[in-house]
Design a protein around this ligand. Structure first.
Ligand code: ADQ
Length: 490
């Protein structure tokens, strides 16, 4: 049976009954900002919130998150509550306020300068600062208090998101004794050799083993986690059951590949508005006649392989001059974590690569790369995907990657090719993509050429196969699988 918003809603009602369903994440699903003196709500470009919003709409639960928008406080009530989605509210968001220093040390510091590089192994050295770690613990405590205020001794399902809250499961177990606690780790988990450099590795593992269920995107990350615990703690891993018994409590470790709302994205992609958007983009960017479009859409993050992608385009145009003045690569790039030095350097590096490429090949009003450093609405991304011959996902390491799945869902005519890094969780699941190794730039250039020259029948065959997989393994199935597992624990 195909899971949908309706089947998920039904499942939530029958399995969770009247118990509270609470999601906790750092990033909020809707932020309020000031624009031209008005308060406007925007959706941040984060895979986590994109995936969970439809789940929350189906469950009508409570979402607890950091209120980070400039107008968030004004848009919420005195206790930080606001009803969302703004146009058709059907669940509650509880905003937790953090000071600048807390945000600096917990979010930019420990979460994004230590845990993010540690788990991604993209050859960026993690930075471990005592002050960041202390603040990470403090902010986890703060969230534990905010959630406990809502739950107390009630029975409830608590669903914690990601690497910002490794300590929260243990803290909540103490505060909410009747709650069932699950956590989904949206990024990879490294092997024990890599993880052992973390000075607070025992505390982190202890925190995560406060969960009843701990989910990763793929089995490989589950096995890495079990191996890490086995190496670091006096715990009893049960490899058959993929569970860990620690301090008398069992944590089940499971793979749940996250996904998207396939039907919604397909429907929007097939709409007349998307066609209009595509035509408007064509005019706006003066795409030449008979042009071939490649597209990338990413946060500007060193794990996404942007410099490598531009190097491959350079190699492509060098080797195959017939594509000059015909091929355009559109990169939608949303700035991210620019408080962190590593990210600022990456921004500069990406700018230099794009400028060098356009300088080297550009002529007569044509430039090979259009680089738009903006948060682009999904409707515009869909217009681009409609025109694209291929989309490149060249992550050096990625838990899953939802851009790949959104592109597949948008291909209602099955006339585009997905170039997908072998180091994404998505590559383990999706059959039909052209698999690339972003570290092998020459080969990536060849794969781009392959995508441009592929026979239409082969393009359709591959995309048809991809679409069948994403249609079936949609975000509602991801959530339903987790909820079924949770409900077995009551
Ligand atoms: P992210 O690293 O944020 O997510 P991803 O899964 O690709 O990565 O999701 C990014 C989202 O942002 C997509 O919905 C995409 O459409 C959107 N986006 C990208 N560029 C954009 C732009 N320029 N403008 C507007 N929107 C843009 C983390 C993990 C992933 C995992 C997700 C979900 O790193 O591996 O897939 O969580 O678990």
């Amino acid at each position: 049976m195909l899971e949908s918003r309706d089947t998920l809603r039904h499942l939530i009602r029958t399995k969770l009954g009247n118990q509270k369903f609470v999601v906790v994440s750092n990033r909020e699903p809707y932020m309020h900002e000031y624009r031209d003196g008005q308060i406007e709500s925007i959706r941040p470009a984060s895979g986590v919130t994109v995936a969970l919003d439809p789940v929350m709409q189906a469950s009508r639960g409570l979402w607890v998150a950091h209120g980070s928008g400039a107008a968030d406080s004004e848009a919420s009530d005195l206790n930080g509550f606001v009803h969302v989605p703004p146009k058709q509210p059907n669940y509650k968001l509880k905003r937790v306020w953090l000071s600048k220093q807390q945000e600096e040390d917990y979010y930019y510091g420990f979460a994004n300068s230590a845990l993010w590089p540690l788990c991604h192994v993209a050859y960026r050295r993690p930075v471990f600062r005592e002050q960041d770690w202390k603040m990470y613990r403090e902010v986890n405590e703060l969230f534990a208090d905010r959630v406990a205020e809502e739950i107390g001794d009630d029975r409830a399902f608590l669903f914690i998101q990601d690497y910002h809250f490794a300590l929260l499961p243990r803290m909540l177990r103490k505060r909410c004794p009747r709650a069932i606690i699950a956590q989904f780790w949206h990024i990879p988990w490294p092997n024990p050799e890599v993880f052992r450099i973390c000075p607070w590795r025992h505390e982190i593992l202890d925190g995560m083993l406060g969960n009843d269920i701990l989910g990763f995107h793929i089995r490989y990350h589950c096995h890495n986690f079990i191996d890490t615990v086995d190496r670091e703690l006096e715990a009893r891993p049960d490899r058959e059951m993929t569970a860990i018994v620690f301090g008398g409590h069992t944590t089940k470790i499971r793979a749940f590949p996250i996904s998207i709302d396939f039907e919604d994205v397909s429907r929007r992609a097939a709409s007349p508005e998307t066609k209009k958007t595509a035509m408007a983009l064509r005019r706006r960017y003066r795409f030449p006649d008979d042009f071939i479009l490649g597209v990338g859409a990413d946060r500007i993050d060193y794990t996404k392989g942007l410099p490598e992608r531009f190097d491959a385009i350079d190699r492509l145009l060098e080797r195959y001059p017939q594509y000059r003045e015909r091929f355009v690569f559109f990169q939608a790039a949303v700035p991210s974590r620019t408080h962190v030095g590593e990210y600022r350097r990456l921004n500069d590096e990406v700018d230099e690569r794009v400028a060098a490429l356009n300088q080297k090949y550009g002529r007569r009003g044509w430039q090979p790369v259009i680089f738009v450093r903006e948060h682009i609405p999904l409707s515009t991304l869909l217009g681009l995907y409609q025109m694209a011959r291929f989309v490149v996902v060249s992550s050096l390491h990625d838990g899953m990657n939802l851009v790949a799945k959104e592109f597949v869902a948008s291909q209602v005519d099955s006339d585009g090719v997905l170039l997908l890094s072998q180091f994404t969780g998505a590559a383990r699941e999706l059959r039909g993509a052209v698999v690339i190794n972003p570290y092998a730039v020459d080969d990536m250039a060849e794969r781009m050429r392959e995508a441009m020259e592929m026979e239409p029948v082969e393009v359709r065959r591959r995309m048809g196969r991809l679409r069948a997989q994403v249609r079936e393994n949609n975000v509602y199935k991801w959530a339903a699988d987790i909820i079924r597992k949770l409900s077995k624990l009551t």
